[in-house]
Design a binder for this molecule. Structure first.
Ligand SMILES: NC(=O)C1=CN([C@@H]2O[C@H](COP(=O)(O)OP(=O)(O)OC[C@H]3O[C@@H](n4cnc5c(N)ncnc54)[C@H](OP(=O)(O)O)[C@@H]3O)[C@@H](O)[C@H]2O)C=CC1
Ligand SMILES: O=C(O)[C@H](O)COP(=O)(O)O
Length: 540
């Protein structure tokens, strides 16, 4: 076993981590730029110490001022494994005083970070990205245990996150290196006596709050743009997903970012969330999650907010659609990670004339989905918590009472819910409007395209939507009429690739994500005006 992972091995022997590694999986520097290889050998030597610092007995420490610390609260927050429904990890319950200290150091660290050359900031991010990818196996392991993400998808999330960080470094170097030059005489009444230069400056301390379903990816999608733009970053990870986030932050720690620039304070959102989001030291909040985001928007101060919230993504299917393509996308869009994606297909609106054929094709594919533990790479794994499973069940019971057609028998074992397609759903059923965030998908039969658009637009959400038809002209008209941040033509909704703009309207969010948009959002325009004594071009 490589030295890099010796302390993970130590944890494994304590029963705190369970994973299998082989040299081929973790060794070598495949994909790592040669300029970082030298640093990596240093890391190999030092990481044992670093890793042993991340744990205190059975509990993970939080990260502040470049160090791993125990909270003075003496309290721990348990993380329940969704599969076993037993406590799997414990993290610190940070106190308000600890948050105050983190904010103070973040403010100080940001001042000198903003003066660090852009290329150096980018270099550190590239380094963090390559370490993150090298650590993909143990990080993925915690994703499996904390949020029951299928093992292969967990690895994909970490690799995707490393790619996001690298792309962000490159994009930042490009877009932050550019500004604008304006002259005054384009505005009526002015001579050319003023040259205006614009540049982008950081905001200060960015508070990042990701949700449980992509704790690593949705954390780095906030961390990397904040850092490249010259901000410091305070991360409040989701409780389910906190250990994966701590391991990810550890990679940034190993990359050698200045002390205090990145912090990770753990604790229940319901306990420290308000204190964090209303903290006067915070200059920007980037949040992804549910209705909590709406509450935060009402409480936060006069600072920029980036909110990516829930969705009820509609899939409109026309008569001429390729039904095999639609069925494949409904399975991928509706059931991957057991429907726990904001961009999951959450309601199918299909023209009555092709509804029977589509439902039959989807049912055939549902029958092939494997159901079981995430360690076995099952397609359908336990949903994140018992309360989530109970909520999903409530929607199913309501649909049953109101006469929906059950295409499969409803089956649940603990947090594990078998995939279920509900046909003939009507607008009076809760599932027609609410997001289950689980493997249950309603089908509403429509008799006109307008009916489909109307249902989509009557939702309080407006994240993404999709339309399936072979008629591109119709697809564009329907897409334009759908009140959502994105419309996918002939494919299921998706946030990725991570450099695409990603935004919701109505209750689905504020602002736009995606690498470029996030960098821009985490900066402010500064202008410098050079005033000339005489109009330019007046000599000679
Ligand atoms: N649009 C998008 O991009 C996405 C949207 N979502 C939406 O998120 C929801 C599911 O994710 P889930 O994690 O349960 O969402 P939540 O809104 O419950 O939690 C999101 C984050 O907010 C934290 N939090 C909770 N209370 C507060 C508070 N008062 N102040 C500050 N932070 C707080 C949580 O911490 P803790 O875990 O400790 O409670 C967590 O880190 C779904 O509705 C889904 O649609 C999910 C992913 C992506
Ligand atoms: O939180 C989510 O659901 C993600 O933003 C979805 O990302 P994806 O569509 O790229 O899987």
């Amino acid at each position: 076993m490589s030295q890099l992972f010796c302390s993970f091995h130590a944890l494994e022997s304590k029963g705190l981590l369970h994973f299998s590694l082989n040299q081929q999986q973790v060794g070598g520097n495949r994909g790592v730029p040669t300029s970082y290889m030298a640093n990596h050998s240093v890391l190999r030597i030092s990481s044992c110490k670093a890793n042993s610092e991340i744990l205190d007995g059975e509990a993970y420490k939080y990260y502040a001022d470049g160090e791993w610390k125990k909270s003075s609260s003496g309290k721990l927050v348990p993380i329940i494994n969704p599969t076993t429904r037993k406590v799997h990890y414990k993290v610190q319950a940070c106190t308000q005083e600890e948050v105050n200290k983190v904010m103070e150091t973040a403010k100080i660290a940001q001042k000198s970070w903003a003066k660090t050359p852009l290329w150096k900031r980018a270099e550190l991010l590239h380094k963090a990205a390559s370490i993150l990818k090298e650590y993909k196996t143990p990080i993925a392991e915690s994703l499996v245990k904390e949020i029951a993400k299928p093992a292969k998808d967990a690895v994909t999330e970490v690799v995707r996150s490393g790619d996001l960080v690298s792309y962000c470094a490159e994009e930042g170097v490009r877009i932050l290196g550019e500004g604008k030059f304006l002259v005054s005489d384009s505005f009526p009444g002015n001579d050319r006596t003023k040259y205006c230069l614009t540049s982008k400056i950081p905001l200060g301390v960015v508070l990042a709050i990701p949700p449980f379903n992509y704790p690593v990816n949705l954390a780095v999608s906030k961390i990397a743009p904040a850092l490249i733009a010259g901000n410091s970053l305070v991360l409040k990870p989701p409780t389910q997903g906190a250990v994966s986030c701590l391991h990810m932050v550890h990679c940034f720690h190993l990359a050698g970012f200045p002390k205090g620039l990145i912090s990770c304070v753990t604790g229940k959102g319901s306990e420290i969330g308000d204190f964090l989001t209303m903290h006067p030291g915070v200059s920007c909040i980037s949040f992804t999650g549910g209705d909590t985001g709406i509450a935060i928007s009402k409480k936060a101060g006069m600072i920029p907010l980036q909110m990516e919230l829930g969705g009820k993504d509609a899939c409109i299917v026309l008569e001429d659609a390729d039904l095999d393509l639609v069925a494949a996308n409904i399975i991928k869009g509706g059931f991957s990670y057991s429907g726990q994606r904001c961009t999951a297909v959450k309601v199918v609106l299909v023209m009555e004339s092709v509804a029977d054929a589509l439902v039959e094709k989807v049912n055939k594919r549902v029958a092939k989905l494997t159901v079981g533990p995430p360690e076995e790479n099952s397609d359908i794994t336990p949903v994140v918590s018992e309360s989530s499973a109970n909520f999903i069940e409530g929607l199913v019971v309501d649909a049953k009472q109101k006469g929906a057609t059950f295409c499969q028998e409803y089956k649940r074992d603990g947090n594990l819910i078998w995939p279920l397609l509900l046909d003939n759903v009507r607008p009076d059923m809760r599932i027609a409007w609410e997001e289950p965030f689980g493997p249950v998908l309603p089908v509403i039969r429509i008799t006109s395209v307008e009916e489909g658009i109307h249902h989509c637009n009557a939702s309080n959400f407006g994240l993404q939507g999709c339309v399936f038809t072979k008629d591109i002209n119709k697809a564009i008209l329907i897409g334009d009429a759908m009140e959502t941040g994105t419309v996918q033509i002939n494919s299921a909704p998706a946030r990725g690739p991570d450099h695409f703009p990603f935004q919701g309207i109505k209750d689905s969010g504020i602002g736009s994500q995606g690498i470029t948009n996030s960098i821009n959002m985490m900066t402010k325009i500064k202008t410098t005006v050079i005033n000339l004594p005489t109009p330019s071009y007046s000599m000679g």
